[in-house]
Design a protein. Structure first.
Length: 473
């Protein structure tokens, strides 16, 4: 059911068009109503009917597979659609666009529908999906021992980001940790389904006397900042992480000589590059980070998911074939199509990154952590990390039974499934506490005077860009 403001929105749209509608015009749906009818088909997952509302180009380019991917990502993050909050007609690049604000069972989303002069759909854009989850602190958190407050991080003043800094109670200075989240448009808590994994980690670490900074991804805060093919590791990960490190170092209760990096998943692929550029980083933690080339990992993942229920439908075969064709195009140096609903050009930049090689060029203490039930980052990755870093000093490895890619427990003993990410859980107590103790044990004693920031929102300039990166069309 759509929001009651529909009638008011239609009236406003007519007035915005200028003048009084001609006789009989009330029989023609307004642009807003036309877009609303098409969007309802999408939200109801009537994708063939939705696509049939499009012009010839849209019908050719926007496939059921693409629509399913977008719908699934929205549903995974915020659940089922519940109401329309607002709709407005705007003009962008000579096109009529209807911008909707939508309410879902666990959050909200901003969606735009583009229309041709004849009322055909020419585009669908999901600008923001923001979960709203009631958070319950895990048992290893003591909320009386720290303060969690907002902070501004801005590698580029055009794209300031919202962050949260979690500071232990006491005089300090405390060792600090900057959290770098996995691929995709993630919020400040790296919310995945109903789970807020970085909030678990930040509050757990702060309960152990570590200061922690977590920041939303630029692809989450500004999904339209760049065309999909122009997202790079620099603009989605590296520049903002460099700015986050500088922000944390300037906090008056943080020891600037004891700032660590913690990267999760594909964020872990990027993390060694940042540590290499900044030798003052005190240490690096990689959670569930692949050592294999990214395309190899994705290829294995796709085969695993398609075969998970031991039944491969014709639709799955077509989607797998299209993804494998896109992967082959990246390897051939001419990226085409999309992989995991992300342009192949994006993955071509990721393929250039070799986190193991970069770790060999760093000297900081290094902790590599993996859950044994992780189907995305597998035992093969652990063996590659161990074999290639065998002669590098200062490396420690930890694996945890029954934990999946989110470092949470799941059902069963074999590899996990994506369905587990939709179940509420908490990052493992052992992972949080043991990783915190490792960081505390590697933190150098304070030797450098702590410099207070000019203001809570002062943002240091980003460091020079490093090698490459993500983010959601």
């Amino acid at each position: 059911m759509f929001h009651r403001r529909r009638a008011a929105a239609v009236i406003l749209a007519v007035l915005a068009a200028g003048g009084r509608p001609a006789f009989g015009a009330q029989q023609t749906p307004s642009k807003i109503e036309t877009a609303r009818q098409a969007l309802k088909l999408f939200l109801d997952k009537e994708l063939p009917k939705f696509i049939n509302r499009g012009d010839a180009t849209f019908k050719e380019k926007f496939t059921v597979a693409i629509g399913t991917g977008i719908w699934d990502r929205i549903h995974f993050k915020v659940g089922h659609f519940s109401a329309e909050e607002s709709a407005r007609l705007i003009r962008e690049e000579g096109r009529d666009i209807v911008a909707f604000e939508l309410r879902f069972e666990r959050g909200r989303a901003d969606v735009r529908v583009g229309l041709s002069p004849g009322g055909e759909v020419v585009g669908l854009w999901v600008d923001r999906v923001e979960p709203e989850i009631e958070y319950e602190a895990p048992g290893y958190v003591d909320v009386e021992t720290f303060i969690d407050e907002p902070v501004r991080v801005a590698a580029d003043e055009k794209f300031p980001l919202r962050g949260r800094i979690t500071i232990p109670v006491g005089e300090g200075p405390f060792p600090g940790v900057v959290l770098i989240s996995d691929a995709g448009p993630l919020d400040v808590n790296a919310t995945t389904g109903p789970n807020q994994i970085f909030k678990d980690v930040a509050w757990g670490f702060a309960s152990q006397k570590l200061a922690v900074l977590r920041v939303e991804k630029r692809s989450f805060a500004y999904p339209r900042a760049y065309p999909p093919a122009e997202w790079t590791p620099e603009v989605e990960f590296i520049d903002d992480a460099v700015a986050a490190v500088a922000t944390l170092r300037k906090h008056p209760k943080v020891d600037p000589g004891a700032v660590f990096l913690l990267g999760h998943g594909m964020g872990g692929v990027i993390t060694p590059t940042i540590a290499r550029k900044d030798p003052q980083i005190a240490g690096v933690v990689l959670l569930a980070t692949p050592a294999r080339p990214v395309l190899n990992m994705i290829e294995d993942q796709l085969h695993y998911l398609v075969n998970f229920d031991q039944i491969i439908s014709e639709k799955e075969q077509r989607e797998l074939a299209a993804a494998l064709e896109a992967i082959a195009s990246v390897r051939a140096g001419d990226p085409k199509g999309s992989i995991l609903n992300t342009p192949a050009t994006y993955w071509s930049r990721y393929e250039k990154l070799d986190p193991v090689h970069t770790c060999l060029a760093t000297k900081q203490p290094l902790l590599i952590v993996r859950g044994e039930r992780d189907f995305q980052v597998t035992e093969e990755d652990t063996m590659l990390w161990k074999s290639r870093l065998a002669d590098r000093p200062g490396v420690e490895f930890r694996t945890y039974r029954r934990l999946n890619h989110l470092l949470m427990g799941g059902l069963g003993t074999g590899p996990s499934s994506p369905g587990e990410y939709s179940s509420p859980g908490k990052v493992s107590k052992e992972v949080v506490l043991e990783t915190a103790q490792w960081i505390l044990s590697k933190a150098p004693k304070p030797t450098t005077p702590v410099v207070a920031p000019e203001s809570a929102s002062t943002q240091p300039p980003a460091g020079p860009p490093p090698p490459d990166n993500t983010p959601t069309p």
